[in-house]
Design a binder for this molecule. Structure first.
Ligand code: HEM
Length: 389
């Protein structure tokens, strides 16, 4: 994610892709004064993501300095990262993810039924945001009565995410973080007495040769799910709706061939990558594509640019719903590759299937809606709906 990765990032239109194209062609590794190096080509982005010994994820000064903040897996290097990832992965298996299909289906149906009846409205507040927040709340065992508070903490924290990770968080974000920590510490204590049936409870009881997760590490994981899993999934749903707006025939095609949905989701991840860039720090003096980089320099691997690299993807600037192969980097690569990728894919597929069932079409009120730089989703996307006849 970029240093400006908060909802106040300047919104960028489709021209962001023209800029990426120019970077790939003429300045594959470049930077503006005082900014991180931008890496634009697929092979270089791939290399930066994979070579974790050269490109450190310890980019959050605040995380390193602030003794009260727990280490977030996303911003750690081995061996700390290996331990956290191994522990968390054992509670994040395909079986555990598959087991969530029914509750995601039910949540989606309830939201879409209500939304479809409204004929127009806000895609974000009515569907694309509550779906992933609800899924994560269920994973963390947030009880129904606490959901509104949980959503409020989540919104407040995400609004300030760039500052939380890399700068000075706002008083509102600090307060929301404090309330959320207190809430989850209480839940964790209660789970330690009586196990429950959800991911947080599984994590509390994960017992491997690596040992058990501490309260601080469990809390870190609750925050990480909010940061990594919410707005990215919202943004994936927005990407799908962008395509239905731009190419209404796709909606009809998927309606008659729902087996195309998984490929459509993959192409949306490539074409409208929700996590446009991430951040690394050079661990030593090195070169990327011949460009000397000094130890300590920050580097932005532009995932969204890599995913449109014409040397890798045939007709890269075209949305091809059944594209194969589709080796996009939307979920990253290497040791930090997205832990929630199967969950996000499942949510995307279920969300699209639900739209196809309840609607005959969906369009954006503002077809020139900007894309956000960094990662995250817009706060509001007004749409017109054509409920299924
Ligand atoms: C379409 C939705 C999503 C996209 C595009 C996405 C993308 C990514 C990317 C690119 C990374 C790697 C970042 C880096 O290397 O610096 C990442 C990491 C991660 N994601 Fe996702 N993500 C999505 C949804 C989710 C969901 C739903 C969850 C969990 C509920 C999740 C959990 C994580 C975690 C825990 C990590 C950190 C892994 C590590 O550091 O080892 N993500 N995600």
């Amino acid at each position: 994610m970029s240093e400006e990765a908060d909802t106040e990032s300047p919104p960028t239109g489709p021209e962001i892709y023209a800029e990426y194209e120019e970077l790939r062609a003429n300045r594959p590794v470049s930077r503006d004064e005082g900014e991180p190096w931008r890496v634009a080509r697929y092979e270089d982005v791939r290399h930066v993501l994979k070579a974790h010994t050269d490109f450190s994820s310890e980019v959050s000064q605040r995380m390193q300095q602030d003794e009260t903040s727990t280490t977030t897996m996303l911003f750690t290097d081995p061996p700390v990262h290996d331990r956290l990832r191994a522990l968390v992965s054992s509670a994040f298996t395909p079986r555990q993810i598959d087991a969530q299909a029914d509750q995601i289906e039910a949540r989606c149906e309830a939201l879409m039924k209500k939304f479809a009846a409204s004929e127009d409205g806000d895609l974000i507040t009515a569907f694309a945001a509550p779906l992933p927040v609800g899924v994560i709340a269920t994973m963390l065992g947030v009880e129904d009565g606490d959901f509104v508070e949980f959503k409020r903490w989540s919104d407040t924290i995400f609004t300030d995410i760039g500052e939380i990770l890399l700068g000075t968080p706002s008083p509102a974000a600090i307060a929301a973080g404090g309330e959320m920590s207190a809430y989850f510490l209480e839940r964790i204590a209660s789970i330690r007495e009586t196990p429950r049936k959800h991911l947080l409870s599984d994590l509390v009881y994960v017992d491997t040769e690596e040992g058990r997760l501490t309260d601080g590490e469990l809390l870190m994981f609750c925050f990480l799910l909010l940061i990594a899993g919410n707005e990215t999934t919202t943004s994936l749903i927005v990407g799908c709706v962008r395509m239905f707006d731009e190419r209404p025939e796709l909606f009809d095609r998927l309606k008659s061939s729902p087996d195309l949905i998984p490929d459509f989701i993959e192409e949306t991840l490539r074409f409208h990558s929700p996590f446009k860039a991430t951040l690394r720090k050079a661990s030593r003096d090195l070169e990327i594509a011949g460009q000397p980089i000094s130890k300590g320099d920050l580097i932005l691997p532009l995932i969204a640019s890599a995913n449109r690299d014409e040397t890798v993807f045939d007709r890269a600037g075209e949305f091809i719903p059944d594209r194969k192969p589709n080796a996009h980097l939307a979920f990253g690569l290497g040791i930090h590759s997205c832990l929630g990728a199967s969950l996000a894919r499942m949510e995307g597929r279920i969300a699209v299937a639900s739209m196809l069932r309840h609607l005959d079409g969906i369009s954006l009120c503002d077809p020139h809606m900007p894309e956000l730089d960094g990662f995250g989703a817009p706060a509001s996307v007004k749409v017109e709906l054509r409920p299924a006849a």
